[in-house]
Design a protein around this ligand. Structure first.
Ligand SMILES: [Zn+2]
Ligand SMILES: [Zn+2]
Length: 302
């Protein structure tokens, strides 16, 4: 995030969506936890702290459009192992392929990690060969403690995806695994509250909201909202901001995920970055929330 954006008091920031900035998270009190955080594109994150490692929606294989529509699901085991080895736990917000495709490779690269998600995510992971003992189904309010981290499932909803949303499948069909990435079912959708070292994050991996679950949330230090497909959710960031009153705002799921992870990131179609900057500015005015952008696929200190 460019410093000039922060300094442009009461004007919407003007920064680009994918800066090379690798600065630590700018906490208001300046106290870093010593942990690291890596945004691996889409809604994928890796948190490391004191020898414990978590991943959320780990997805780096990023097949192109034709492969998504027509080919069998295939993971890039090397890309996965480079980023998601030695995890202690994996949390999956919903079962669409851009959140769950890499699960078998992640489970192989992190043999001690448990995988948490909806009943659909758990069943898909089971069908993909992940051992039952490593699977944990969650529902709204379930809290999982892993080393210094506490992760709580928050019932949520999916953003409205024009056209493709009409073909969306909610549950798994038949007995096997989906024949193409496009056929991965959605399942129930969760956001996550992550707490460690006195800091808290709300990871909103899809741009729908469950108002009842959101109303039960306490304020959070960092709001991490998915920006893709948010336009069908009225006042999306305003509602998240009012419920969570975050100090920091870190967007995710705004990169075009048909592109390889090694290619320079581009905005997801329909992003409307200027509208997001306006929304971010409103959160700053209302709640003092500071916009901070993470570098693409690089760890930063938090
Ligand atoms: Zn989805
Ligand atoms: Zn997604």
């Amino acid at each position: 995030m460019c410093a000039s954006c922060f300094l442009a008091f009461r004007r919407p920031p003007t920064c680009a969506p994918f800066p090379a900035n690798e600065a630590p998270l700018p906490w208001p009190d300046g106290q870093a936890s010593g942990g690291t955080l890596r945004w691996t594109g889409v809604a994928g994150f890796r948190f490391d702290l004191d020898g414990t490692s978590l991943a959320f929606d780990p997805f780096v294989s990023r097949p192109g459009l034709l492969r998504v529509l027509l080919r069998r699901p295939r993971t890039d085991a090397r890309a996965v192992a480079d980023r998601f080895a030695d995890l202690d736990a994996v949390f999956v917000g919903h079962t669409h392929y851009d959140h769950a495709l890499d699960l078998p490779a992640v489970a192989a690269a992190s043999p001690r990690a448990k995988v948490y998600g909806s009943l659909t995510t758990v069943e898909l992971a089971r069908r993909l060969g992940v051992d039952d003992a490593r699977l944990g189904a969650v529902r709204d309010g379930v809290r999982v403690e892993v080393g210094p981290f506490a992760v709580t499932a928050v019932a949520s909803a999916h953003g409205h995806v024009p056209v493709a949303g009409r073909l969306d499948r909610v549950g798994l069909r038949g007995a096997g695994v989906p024949r193409t990435p496009f056929r991965y079912p959605r399942g129930a959708v969760f956001a996550w509250r992550i707490e460690a070292e006195g800091r808290s994050f709300h990871l909103q991996g899809s741009a729908g909201l469950d108002d009842r679950a959101l109303a039960r949330q306490r304020p959070v230090d960092v709001l991490v909202p998915c920006l893709a497909a948010r336009h069908g959710t009225p006042r999306y960031l305003e509602r998240l901001g009012a419920a969570l009153r975050p100090d920091l705002l870190i967007p995710c799921h705004h990169d075009h995920f048909f592109r390889s992870l090694t290619a320079p990131p581009r905005p997801v179609p329909g992003l409307d970055w200027p509208a997001f900057l306006e929304d971010a500015h409103r959160l700053e005015t209302r709640w003092g929330t500071r916009l901070h952008l993470l570098p693409f696929d690089r760890p930063v200190t938090w």
